[in-house]
Design a protein around this ligand. Structure first.
Ligand code: PNW
Length: 520
């Protein structure tokens, strides 16, 4: 039986390889036929195809109709982003959401992932002072989406914390878990009839590390070696509280699903023959994703490899306790299993090599690993806009398999994936982005078809160019270009928008009649 199964797999691979033509490699740099050949086929019938955005990055209207300031308003108004830019107006989606929906209709998406601005709904942070106009805005947006037959996926927290809550310590204050649960409760009550897919947090690793460890993002606190772990600890409990609240109070009547979105890079050993490089690459994958995934999708606690690493390094630094906080047994029971699906944001892959980095004198998340990250600049295609974003499509397939192997056969949504270009005149012929989308979506297809990963949907980041946090408007991720110089903020489709629309229409890459490939 096992032999037959193996033969079938080998035959399948041979079939793919034997069909490989030059054009079947999207990137000429990648020519490993077993790994990089384009595969033809389609996703399951009910596959979710979407685009994603976030409130601070697109809405503008930063102080309109009773909205309170967020930590990103403060950060940008202090001139901390690229060229002192801010998102006071951004894409002006607060006023132009109908046009945004018309763009989504053209793309043919079935889903739209966006986020709620906490300070627009609760200007003072707490749930006892509700801004009705904020609620009305999102209700109008949700109504318009339903009229357009587009299913919303709503993120409660995509980084724009009310400034008043940061003034009380922000995510380093443990009480935030309760404040977040109260905000979530209000949102379930106000929007739950219209929302069946909820996300508690977007990428807690990224906002903990950039906001409270390096301090390069809002709230700008360089609390190296401590801040991000404290933040993560509270965020995990906040997520679990919100999940249980939904589960107990709303699930039965509203019938939705709720989970979290985690950022995951893939980490590949720089020298695959080095046992040290392999060990540190494995550690990086288990820690970057596992920091949040292991408590929620695993056993309620941080990965053992992470606890050991930080405890050891803390000892080297002459500390009597680990810098990583500990969960109580009650915490673990509350946290374990608080998911309905796995939301994954994935952009790129890194090479990892062993290198002693732990210091007796200076603690930092980025130095815990005794490893060094790099990119394969010889054979990976150039990143266009964001210096960290090398297209390495096969990394997505490996990561999806890693999730399946580590956390079980959980339904996965790719909640963000996309490619940026730099500032400059409007260039609608965005070949690099087209190649990126084709190749990455094809790797997702391989994970589904060949590896039986339980893949439920794919969301492109992003619908349109928007405010890219500390990089301002200098990194453009849009399927639609936005002119930020023009007060009307006109949107223009790039060629990638047409290609993505075709992929959606085809539900992947079917072999079309009379050809041996998919016309795109
Ligand atoms: C995500 N990295 O952030 C966010 O969810 C979006 O808001 C953002 O616009 C998008 O990706 C593009 O950057 C990331 O350094 C920030 O690897 C940084 C990284 C990855 C994702």
């Amino acid at each position: 039986m096992a032999v037959l199964h193996l033969l079938a797999i080998v035959a399948f691979h041979l079939l793919i390889i034997s069909e490989a033509k030059d054009s079947d490699f999207i990137y000429k740099e990648f020519t490993n036929p077993k790994r990089d050949t384009f595969v033809y086929g389609t996703f399951p019938k009910d596959f979710a195809w979407g685009v994603a955005t976030a409130s601070y990055q697109i809405e503008g209207a930063w102080d309109a109709d009773g909205k309170g300031p967020s930590i990103w308003d403060t950060f940008t108004h202090n001139g901390r982003s690229h060229k002192k830019q801010n998102a006071d107006v951004a894409c002006d989606s607060y006023n132009k959401y109908e046009e945004d929906i018309a763009m989504m209709k053209k793309l043919g998406v079935s889903h739209y992932r966006f986020s709620l601005s906490w300070p627009r709904i609760l200007p003072k942070g707490f749930a006892n002072e509700v801004n009705r106009e904020g609620i009305e805005y999102y209700k109008k947006l949700l109504d318009a989406l339903h009229k357009a037959n587009i299913e919303p996926m709503v993120t409660l927290y995509h980084w724009d914390l009310p400034q008043v809550l940061q003034d009380m310590g922000g995510w380093e204050n443990e009480m935030m878990a309760n404040y977040f649960a109260a905000y979530a409760d209000l949102c379930f009550q106000a929007f739950g009839e219209q929302v069946k897919l909820w996300i508690t947090f977007n990428e807690p690793t990224i906002f903990s590390l950039f906001g409270y460890e390096l301090g390069t993002d809002a709230p700008g606190l360089p609390h190296n070696g401590y801040g991000a772990y404290r933040v993560g600890h509270t965020v995990i409990k906040a997520h679990a509280k919100a999940w249980h609240l939904y589960d107990q109070k709303y699930r039965k009547s509203q019938g939705g699903k709720i989970s979290i979105v985690l950022h995951g890079n893939w980490f590949e050993p720089k020298n695959p023959d080095s046992e040290f490089d392999r060990a540190v690459a494995e550690k990086a994958s288990y820690v970057e994703l596992g920091w949040f995934a292991n408590p929620i999708f695993g056993d309620g606690d941080y990965p053992a490899i992470m606890k050991d690493m930080i405890a050891n390094n803390s000892r080297i630094q002459q500390l009597s306790t680990s810098r990583l906080p500990e969960f109580t047994e009650d915490d673990k029971r509350m946290i374990e299993g608080t998911f309905d699906f796995f939301g994954l944001n994935h952009y790129t892959t890194n090479l990892v090599a062993h290198k002693p980095t732990v210091s007796e004198h200076f603690a930092s998340f980025f130095m815990e690993f005794n490893g060094e990250m790099s990119q394969d600049k010889e054979s990976w295609p150039e990143p266009a806009g964001s210096p960290w974003l090398y297209p390495v499509p096969w990394g997505l397939r490996k990561l999806l398999n890693h999730i399946k192997q580590t956390y079980g056969d959980v339904p996965i949504y790719i909640t963000e994936n996309g490619f940026s270009e730099g500032e400059g005149p409007l260039n609608t012929k965005d070949t690099a982005r087209i190649n990126y989308y084709k190749a990455y979506i094809n790797e997702a297809l391989k994970a589904y078809l060949i590896d039986s990963v339980n893949l439920k949907g794919y969301f492109a980041w992003s619908l349109m160019d928007n405010f890219e946090w500390r990089s301002g408007y200098s990194e453009r991720f849009g399927l639609y270009h936005v002119d930020f110089e023009d007060p009307e903020r006109p949107r223009t489709p790039r060629e990638s928008a047409n290609v993505y629309a075709k992929i959606i229409k085809n539900n992947g890459f079917p072999v079309q009649a009379g050809t041996d490939h998919t016309e795109l």
